[in-house]
Write a protein that binds this ligand. Structure first.
Ligand SMILES: *Cc1c(COP(=O)(O)O)cnc(C)c1O
Length: 443
């Protein structure tokens, strides 16, 4: 982009100037619609989500035996929902902004198998592919006990195939660990910002790790190219995969049941606000889609991004989606938030969700480190920096009279609100790494 192009863009969308200046920015979607109006633009529906649930149920007996940490839940990969009232008080005290309603945390950070939100989409995509191969070969029927996938015969069958993926870390962990366990040969193409311990963990699981000195977009491109010439290689495309998106969307019904079990209502008088850290968009997009489908129009979803990587905010607010990257505006895409260092958003997710998300905001890396420390002290919960991106959301919403007015959120309604911060990763961070994160937070 030339400076004239950038000036024109800023004239049309003044908030682009704030993004370039790396200011913490909130954007509330002026074009939001009801689920009914927005749904046709997604191109996926209730039946697709039902299929995902059914597939995950078919694989549950296999997963329960293949991974010890899923045995207790019978092979269902799910995370707890917990109230964090002490953290709510700390945020109010530090930020000087009350949070109306109650603050909750969704601990995808502690999902089995790979300790991040990618244990939803990534694993689901690998399972879908494995099932397709086995069924096409006549080795498996939907009614079979999938625990047979543990057998040496199936290991040998999947050993004839390859899986490849480009990743900043957590997607690689999920896809790598799951694929290797099934018997696939798996290669993870990793960007420069990926943590050393994630690469080491993958190699310990028998995964081939290829490292690049470039960012996520380059790692994905290289991975795609390496896979192209090989008909037995399946490349998992994080940017455009409907399958991955549906794996995330399955969270909707599960969260609905968890809220009911806690006696939390979601309706006009009891709005639910959900804050989702966003990288390329598949995770937050899929979860938001699933939540809207399960809970309807009174769930409000917000995407949270680092000030240095605001790709989804930029894409949706300007309507340019994947036709623009943050780098073209001179924004460096450098952030400590693993999984969020993405310069160009998924065009599929941006277009699918542009009417169904309620807003996007950015926050600084320092804000994530600060909240990481406060959460550890207040609730004894340890997360990786990216997983704190959602924690800034409740105060942005509670501070915005304009947002509340736009959505008819009069004061009694806000007092009955539930704020759900989606903690996307951190459960497997080694203690010495965690100590370094904690040292970066300001008291
Ligand atoms: C991948 C990831 C996200 C965001 O998911 P996208 O699908 O890339 O938007 C958020 N938090 C963590 C910890 C992640 O690994």
């Amino acid at each position: 982009m030339t400076t004239t192009d950038i000036d024109t863009l800023i004239a049309q969308h003044p908030l682009v100037a704030d993004l370039i200046a790396l200011k913490e920015t909130s954007w509330f979607n002026p074009d939001f619609t009801s689920l009914q109006e927005g749904l046709p633009h997604v191109g996926l529906g209730q039946q697709d989500i039902a299929d995902a649930h059914a597939r995950l149920l078919r694989f549950a007996p296999y997963l329960a035996q293949a991974f010890d940490d899923t045995a207790a839940s019978g092979g269902i990969i799910e995370s707890p929902l917990v109230a964090i009232p002490a953290m709510q008080r700390v945020l109010e005290l530090r930020g000087g902004q009350p949070i109306d309603g109650a603050l909750w945390l969704k601990k995808d950070s502690h999902l089995p198998i790979s300790g991040s939100i990618k244990a939803r989409g990534g694993i689901y995509e690998v399972l879908t592919h494995a099932e397709k191969l086995a069924r096409e070969a006549g080795l498996l029927d939907e009614g079979d006990d999938y625990a047979q996938l543990l057998s040496p015969e199936f290991q040998a069958f999947f050993g004839q195939y390859r899986i490849a993926v480009g990743s900043t870390g957590n997607l690689g962990l999920s896809i790598g660990i799951m694929s290797a366990r099934l018997g696939f040969h798996v290669t993870v193409h990793m960007s420069a910002d990926a943590r050393a311990w994630k690469k080491a963990k993958l190699r310990a699981h028998g995964v081939t790790v290829v490292e690049y000195e470039d960012d996520y977009g380059v790692a994905v491109e290289q991975g795609r190219r390496a896979a192209e010439g090989d008909p037995r290689c399946f490349f998992i495309d994080d940017e455009n995969s409907r399958t991955l998106f549906l794996g995330y969307a399955a969270a909707g019904e599960r969260v609905k049941a968890q809220l009911q079990a806690q006696g939390i209502a979601v309706d006009r008088e009891h709005p639910l606000f959900v804050y989702l850290p966003c990288g390329v968009g598949g995770g937050p997009g899929g979860v938001a889609f699933g939540l809207k489908m399960a809970l309807g129009d009174h769930v409000h979803c917000f995407f949270a991004e680092p000030t240095h990587s605001p790709c989804m905010l930029l894409g949706i607010a300007t309507g340019l989606h994947d036709a623009i990257s943050v780098q073209e505006l001179g924004i460096d895409n450098q952030t400590a938030a693993d999984g969020l260092a993405v310069g160009r958003a998924s065009g599929f997710v941006g277009r699918a969700m542009q009417r169904l998300i309620d807003g996007c905001y950015t926050l600084s890396d320092q804000a994530m480190y600060d909240m990481l420390g406060w959460l550890s002290q207040a609730e004894d919960i340890q997360l990786e920096p990216s997983a704190l991106a959602g924690m800034a959301g409740p105060q942005r919403i509670c501070a915005s009279a304009a947002y509340q007015q736009l959505h008819g959120l009069t004061p009694p309604r806000m007092r009955h609100a539930t704020h759900l911060v989606w903690a996307t990763g951190g459960g497997m961070v080694p203690p010495d790494e965690m100590a370094q994160y904690l040292a970066k937070g300001r008291q």
